[in-house]
Design a protein around this ligand. Structure first.
Ligand code: C5P
Length: 216
């Protein structure tokens, strides 16, 4: 309790949905569970919490201010607005689509030739933009990898200028995407801590404690 009293946390969660036409989109398998568990743990630790959520089927935790978004560009805009207004800690758990269709068709695309082509353009890197902001909060990222987990995570910590990165190996079936359990290795410049397999609620509580200690 009270570990984060007076602090404003912003958390991104869930997938993003990138429209192809009015009835079709690109997305991924993120459930949003880890981000929602972190929002709940942060609120229970006394923080004011803004949860920027992509399309997910989850209830909003108590005392959490939820902003629903759809596309990566919407999540980017909502995140930068929250940072601009002032926050102490930013945690990016969202599985942001790396690419979006270059154009969204105004009308449903008709079935035609045997082969059609979809051109994609890179989405903005939300957490990298937050970490470079003049009003930079303590910035925590996530990395879901299937191989060389620690090496990739350390690379991301540096390249995105993060204060901390939480990494999980999503090659197994009992952790990560859509599971109720998770195991994390949390890395920061000069140290790391392993949070062994536990419920996402328990993992969230431990990660919030670690963040509260390191950002103070
Ligand atoms: O580069 P990668 O997608 O693996 O990085 C994962 C971390 O970066 C996560 O914290 C994720 O929420 C964040 N991210 C982001 N905006 C993107 C891509 C990833 O905030 N466009």
């Amino acid at each position: 309790y009270d570990l984060l009293t007076g602090k404003h946390l912003v958390i991104t969660a869930g997938p993003t949905r990138e429209p192809i036409d009015p009835v079709r989109y690109l997305t991924n398998k993120s459930s949003g569970k880890m981000g929602f568990a972190l929002a709940q743990a942060a609120a229970e630790a006394g923080a004011r919490v803004t949860l920027i959520a992509g399309p997910v089927a989850l209830d909003t935790p108590n005392r959490v201010n939820r902003i629903d978004v759809v596309r990566a560009e919407d999540m980017h805009e909502a995140s930068l607005k929250a940072v601009e207004e002032g926050c102490d800690i930013f945690i990016a758990t969202a599985a942001v689509a790396d690419y979006r269709p270059t154009v969204t068709a105004d009308h449903k695309i008709k079935k035609s030739t045997e082969e059609i082509h979809l051109t994609l353009v890179k989405n903005p890197d939300i957490i990298a933009a937050v970490a470079c902001h003049a009003k930079r909060p303590f910035t925590v990222g996530f990395a879901a990898e299937t191989q060389d987990v620690i090496e990739y995570a350390q690379g991301k910590l540096k390249s995105k200028k993060l204060d901390m990165i939480a990494t999980n190996d999503v090659s197994g079936t009992n952790v990560g995407f859509n599971s109720d359990n998770n195991a994390l290795t949390v890395i920061w410049p000069g140290g790391h801590k392993v949070l062994p397999l536990a419920s996402k609620a328990q993992i969230a509580k431990q990660l919030i404690e670690l963040i509260a200690i390191r950002q103070s």
